[in-house]
Design a protein around this ligand. Structure first.
Ligand code: SF4
Length: 353
């Protein structure tokens, strides 16, 4: 069933400290300090008007640290959402929060208010990286929070970041492996971006923090995507959601930011697939035909047809034709050369990497 999330951002609410990379005024967009009932209703009603009848609808409290919010205000917000659930207009609630603010009591409150999904900001499973990012919690807090949430039957999500201070490729890989052991229902991943007015911006300007390159961000996220998909854990977001504030000049100081980051990662996977297929083919591949699902066509071509150019240069292919066929399974690529067909799925390709 198609799912729709109605996001409400409670900017910095309940945060015990400021993480070095965080500027919610830029990443969340234009939300006031306090969500009043009137504003809440205006946002939710506007979304509901534009929805199809038969979708599963969740109201999501994002931003800040939901379970760290003063209990009265937390309950007030949950009550606003509850009134829509009682009328049958919304199915459940979703929140994002910190792992060190999950305990039996807080989880019970969420259960009482139809919260179905809890997304935990873990960011890394390496304690030194968490310390250097001023997260103020440990990797064991993530493990403990997941245990409580799972025991109470919540659907769980984990947020991760690549390229945090002190992180390395090896440490990021460890983070992915440790996250898989926790069996979340979903994950979100994004590379670390240096935003204006953050501690990270100061470290960057002093030359103490160096962001990862776009190529490394794609490589790390491709690795994570492969591992999570192999473990049957959907990666529901790769890269940050764009806001108008991010487009404003000076908001983003440095880092591997791209408004369609996921497409860059998916495009890189398709380039790997095409390369593997071409490598396994003998001579005489000047003319190559690729068969794929129409929904994969733009990922296969890559940004500004970059993949097509790369394939031609790397494999001496003079002519590439692309046949889109809706019968072709999504995420698979077939290569036809001299009448011979070879095929590879994204899943197989990621497993090999
Ligand atoms: S806990 Fe989340 S919202 Fe609060 S400062 Fe850290 S990253 Fe930002």
């Amino acid at each position: 069933m198609a799912q729709k999330i109605i996001p409400i951002f409670v900017i910095y609410k309940g945060c015990p400290n400021r993480c070095v990379y965080c500027n919610e005024r830029i990443t969340a967009g234009d939300y006031p300090d306090r969500i009043t009932e009137d504003l809440f209703r205006r946002i939710v009603d506007k979304h509901l008007k534009s929805l199809d009848e038969y979708v599963y609808i969740q109201i999501a409290f994002y931003g800040g640290n939901f379970t760290g919010i003063d209990r009265n205000y937390q309950t007030e917000l949950l009550e606003y959402a509850e009134s829509y659930i009682r009328k049958g207009l919304v199915n459940s609630v979703r929140i994002s929060t910190r792992p060190d603010y999950i305990d039996e009591d807080r989880a019970e409150l969420l259960k009482n208010y139809h919260v179905k999904t809890v997304e935990i900001g873990a960011q890394s499973m390496v304690d030194e990286v968490l310390n250097l990012s001023n997260r103020g919690h440990s990797s064991d807090d993530v493990r403990r929070a997941m245990e409580i949430l799972k025991a109470k039957g919540f659907e769980t999500g984990i947020h991760l970041m690549a390229g945090l201070p002190g992180d390395t490729e090896e440490r990021f890989r460890y983070t992915v492996e440790e996250t898989i052991k926790l069996h979340p229902h979903m994950v979100r991943i994004h590379p670390t971006i240096v935003f204006q007015d953050t501690a990270l911006a100061k470290s960057y300007q002093k030359g103490e923090y160096k962001p990862i390159s776009m190529a490394d961000a794609i490589k790390l996220c491709k690795y994570a995507l492969g591992k999570f998909e192999t473990a049957n854990i959907p990666v529901i977001r790769l890269g940050l959601q764009m806001t108008r504030e991010m487009e404003r000049e000076g908001s983003i100081i440095a880092g591997p930011h791209h408004p369609a980051f996921r497409s860059l990662v998916e495009g890189s996977i398709f380039l790997d697939m095409a390369s593997k297929l071409l490598k396994s083919t003998g001579p005489g591949k000047e003319i190559a035909t690729f068969l794929l699902n129409p929904k994969d066509a733009s990922d296969f071509r890559g940004m500004r047809n970059q993949n097509i150019k790369s394939i031609k240069e790397r494999f001496d292919v003079t002519e590439i034709s692309i046949r889109e066929d809706s019968k072709q399974e999504r995420g698979t690529l077939a290569l036809v050369i001299n009448g011979k067909i070879s095929k590879l799925s994204k899943f197989q390709s990621l497993m090999d990497s």
